[in-house]
Unconditional design. Structure first.
Length: 568
């Protein structure tokens, strides 16, 4: 029988219909080896088990793509199961948002499961372990229990309640469930080995009392709730999960996972197995729920869906597409080694996706008026603007050209250096989809108020080439026919690559003061009056933008998704 490394080499290139050739990742190799050996009767069943106590972020997307992707690739099933074992922190709002995010990424499920579906089975299993002398009720405080745990090189100290009679433990545990004791008064612990080199085996807590917070599904039915290590593996087993995929921090929990499964298993061909993979860490980002909550509560960002946040809601609002996130995760892959991924790779993925999909439009975000002095007053021409040069089938749309236009203030310089190829007195440029113009001067106070130019009617875009060459093409909008808009320029939230690792300072000291710049006097072409919230566009020569859901009552607001080129 071959090992995983050998199996990967034997199957180095894996192809499915419609997919590019690529190597198997180590988890796919494990699944294929299990299928080849007939484990679990040839079934593949995974699960995505989020806690409904917060919003999903890009790190969760990596787990979602793996759990649902493995099931899709091997004709299996992926269960969505909420790990709702702590009513103190859970809310239906989070359940709804998690389901919305998973659907947005393009995945679906047959049925929603909850750890609370198994509360009775878990309680019965705990009773069984008490009867078998493998669990006991402890009345010590959490602080005392923590001190008795010992260290990896020093054995722990046994609880004075460790050898209570079975009947006494049963009676106390049932009274805990009946609500007779206050929270923190008692816990149920597994009786394993206080000298184990694995700290998780030193009589881990199985149940604690929670009765002041009703559960969002079961109400006040339960007064005791299982801990993660007791609920997770058993829920997998009850549900029929074959491959339980977790991030690396759960690797040390795996022996305990297996221990409880061994006590449950009925000796048949079925057994869930836990496999760990590296979590996603991004530069210029924090992923900690605690730190993200701190940013929200202290008003450092504008809510969980702020486009600077790594939450899926924030990325969606910023204009990231589901496919760009899936492509990014596919590129970074899955390994057994933690590291940090450059945020530039995620930005590259969204550029690649939007370059193919996004309509090109004209938008001027720092406008200055350009007057074509020899263009007839009152005349308007409709020019054909290409929707997307990457997609010949995308066609064109009309854009109004008139005597008075707006261009970017940075595209004009009165005293230009030799290598400034944009507009300056005496120089020619092409106005995209329109004419070649020659600058004749400007009106100036403290700043440039107006720019003047003349156009050449023989150089209309689409006409036979006149042979004249210009070194720059500028975007523009008609002053009369454009729309006012607000543009929000989002940038990275932190100024250092790994703010969580800067131990000397609070992570908030590295917040980027320029992570949001709001431009209130922008102008966009009239084509955008039809735009809907979350629609993506490329503002020519500027970047990719989308329509913010705050847009209403004729006020257009655009978020910068990403610049056209990497600027870091």
């Amino acid at each position: 029988m071959c090992g995983i490394d050998t199996y990967v080499k034997m199957n180095e290139i894996k192809t499915n219909e419609g997919e590019e050739k690529r190597s198997l990742n180590f988890i796919e190799a494990i699944v294929e080896k299990d299928l080849a050996e007939g484990k679990n009767d040839g079934r593949v069943q995974t699960r995505f088990p989020p806690e409904p106590n917060g919003y999903l972020h890009i790190g969760h997307a990596k787990a979602i793509c793996l759990d649902f992707g493995i099931a899709e690739r091997y004709n299996g099933v992926c269960n969505l199961r909420f790990d709702d074992t702590n009513p103190v922190k859970e809310d239906v709002e989070y359940v709804d948002s998690i389901m919305e995010d998973i659907k947005w990424l393009g995945y679906s499920w047959n049925k929603v499961y909850y750890a609370s579906d198994y509360f009775q089975q878990l309680f019965d299993f705990a009773i069984q372990l008490i009867k078998e002398g493998k669990a006991y009720v402890d009345e010590q405080s959490a602080d005392v229990i923590a001190k008795q745990k010992g260290t990896p090189t020093q054995p722990g100290i046994e609880s004075p309640y460790r050898n209570r009679p079975v009947e006494e433990n049963l009676a106390l545990f049932r009274r805990m469930q009946a609500g007779e004791f206050e929270e923190g008064r008692m816990i149920l612990r597994a009786k394993i080995d206080m000298a184990s080199p694995n700290m998780h085996f030193r009589d881990p807590i199985m149940y604690r009392i929670i009765k002041e917070h009703p559960h969002h599904r079961t109400g006040t039915t339960w007064k005791v709730y299982p801990m993660y290590d007791f609920a997770h593996g058993q829920s997998d087993y009850f549900e029929g999960v074959t491959h339980s995929l977790c991030t690396l921090e759960f690797e040390v929990h795996r022996p305990l996972y297996d221990y409880f499964i061994d006590l449950l298993q009925k000796g048949d061909n079925y057994r869930p197995r836990q496999t760990e993979f590296n979590r996603l860490n991004l530069t210029y980002t924090v992923m900690s729920k605690r730190k993200l909550l701190q940013l929200v509560k202290e008003g450092k960002v504008n809510g969980w869906d702020d486009p600077r946040m790594p939450t899926l809601g924030g990325l969606r609002r910023r204009g990231y597409t589901p496919q760009s996130i899936r492509n990014f995760i596919d590129k970074i892959g899955y390994t057994k080694y933690d590291g940090i991924i450059d945020a530039a790779l995620l930005e590259h993925a969204v550029r690649e996706d939007l370059n193919i999909k996004a309509q090109r439009v004209s938008a001027v975000i720092d406008p200055v008026k350009l007057i074509i002095t020899n263009y007839p007053e009152g005349q308007v021409e409709m020019m054909d603007a290409v929707n997307n040069p990457e997609d010949p089938a995308a066609g064109t749309h009309p854009i109004a050209f008139s005597r008075e236009l707006y261009i970017e203030r940075g595209d004009f310089m009165e005293d230009a250096p030799k290598k400034f190829f944009r507009l300056s007195p005496g120089k020619e440029v092409r106005l995209k989809s329109a004419y070649i113009i020659k600058c004749t001067g400007a009106k100036k106070n403290d700043n440039i108020e107006e720019i003047y130019a003349e156009y050449d009617p023989a150089t209309k875009s689409g006409m036979p080439d006149s042979g004249r060459k210009v070194k720059a093409t500028l975007h523009w909008v008609s002053a009369e026919h454009s729309l006012p808009a607000e543009v929000r320029l989002y940038d990275r939230l932190f100024t250092v690559e790994n703010p969580s690792e800067e131990k000397e300072k609070d992570f908030q000291e590295f917040l980027n003061p320029d992570s949001l710049v709001v431009l209130s006097h922008c102008r966009v072409e009239a084509e955008l009056q039809k735009a809907k919230p979350f629609d993506n566009f490329q503002f020519q020569r500027i970047g990719y933008f989308n329509v913010d859901p705050d847009s209403k009552d004729g006020k257009l607001i655009f978020n910068r998704t990403v610049s056209l080129k990497q600027s870091f």
